[in-house]
Design a protein around this ligand. Sequence first.
Ligand code: M6R
Length: 604
Amino acid sequence: MCGIVGYIGEENIKEVLVDGLRELEYRGYDSAGIAVLQENDIQSFKAVGKLKNLEEKTKGFNPHAFGMGIGHTRWATHGKPTEINAHPHLGEFSYVVHNGIIENYQELKKELQAEGVHFLSQTDTEVIVHLFEKNYKAIGDPFKAFEATLERLEGAFAVLLMTKVDPDRIYFAKHGSPMIVGNNAKGEIFFGSSDAALIGKATEVIYLDDGDYGYTSVEEGIKLFHEGTPKALNKKPLIGDKISAQKGGFRFFMEKEIYEQSDVIVDTIMGRALDNEIQFEELDAHFFDGIDLIQICACGTSYNSGLACSYLFERQAKIRTQVEIASEFRYKEPLLDPKTLFVVISQSGETADTLEALKMAKSAGLKTLAICNVDNSSIVREADYTLLTRAGIEKGVASTKAFATQVMVMWMLSLYIAQHKKTMTPEEIATEIKAIRRIPAAVKVNTRLHEKMKRLSKRYLHGHGFFFIGRDLFYPLALEGALKLKEISYLHAEGYPAGEMKHGPIALADAELFTVALMPRTVHYDKVKSNVEELSARDATILAISPERFELCDDYVHTYHSDHPMSEFFEMMVITQLLALEVSVRLGNDVDMPRNLAKSVTVE
Ligand code: M6R
């Protein structure tokens, strides 16, 4: 996701900013930019692609002597990754960088345009700088103008703003996106959206809370406010090394990404799950005209998310849905009908099999849609339409938050189609949206659960294999749980529909066969229970995951979010991820880079 840096001091401002941005590269980005204010003059540079392109552009620019600057790496959400859309965004006399999403930007943009403001970019961010300047012109006080601006913004944001009308200060605000401000004995002031950007520079930092805002200058120091009143500075010493800062204090990127799921799902649904309707500004009104079949194509985890959501497309949107592994689809000489919407799902957007399947569908004249995490990737460029999953960069080879956000996007898409086809009532849609908004809580990892999974894992390090079983959309979740475990533990694990056991697999049942049973309350509980009892009667070792206590299991993980099938789905997803993680850790494996695997599979 995007990265922010800021600096006030006497060092070469360009170098300090670019150095900081380099520390945030691990978050992923597709363009970068900086703005430097010295002697009441602002210089700004932007470049698409990697930081070296920005460095190339700023070669002749060497701002020694006192000044200040702001910098940004952008991961496109609103508008393509172009130079115009890169931050900082400028008004007449001010510059802004922003992380997050301004949910009401369209309303604000229309209002400003009606007053004659000219917008250069397609971003939501640009409204901030124009709104600030409008407020300044009306109020005449930059701080009050900044406060008035923040009052109008809805959504999530971390913002830095510099303005020629107040050339000694950087204004900052945090609401839902991270922001840290720090200083050192030399009186330098630093900003970063992660402490990785401040390590080695600032000695003390303040981790801002949601709702915090204020300004900094060398003379005044850090002035912090909350709800209109000054707030005491809670400074902490900044220690640690850069890699562990990138991991945010977690042992592995995969672990960090499991914990991040709650936040990234907020990003995924933001501006899309409105109060009573689902909105995708990426899709036009005719997107679904004439479509009578959805064909999903993907690999690995992305296939599992597609399979899970095929249940939703049929059940909610009442549209026939087929799901195929991309490497199979390519060579089966499929019969393709132009009334089919061809959906590819990919975290990386570079998976060769998925990309080739997409090209086949396109050349057969099908309408194509990519569900993808990386804008401007090959798959995004090829598809007619794209819905970005907004998971941020995923570093662990074992995919976690990408799966969660794919499922969330497709759940919203099935409701979007249901709205269009009127297969659900407005009341039913509103109920689903309420359920969507509860998912960030359902996937939040609590310490007790994680500790329990750590303890449990020691009992599951041997045996001759794992069955993950579930029914309905918990069957694809069982496939995903098994895939996660085998990828990083190297233990044999398979996912099965629970009802399929008696047709063969149950022959393997004995005490050394570990069964992870997904037993949601809201979906066929009694039927899964019977299937698990059959396994238990054959002495299989059972780990039951359920809101209902189950007498015949060996281990039990209690779930709490059982008011909707999807909240059960997401909660159980986290539990299976933690199980895989902790088994792998106990076995001493490389969790983030498991043997024989690559993050992006660009070969057949
Ligand atoms: O980038 P993609 O989503 O297209 O990748 C597809 C698979 O290679 C990927 O999901 C793989 O299965 C992961 N390692 C799963 O954790």
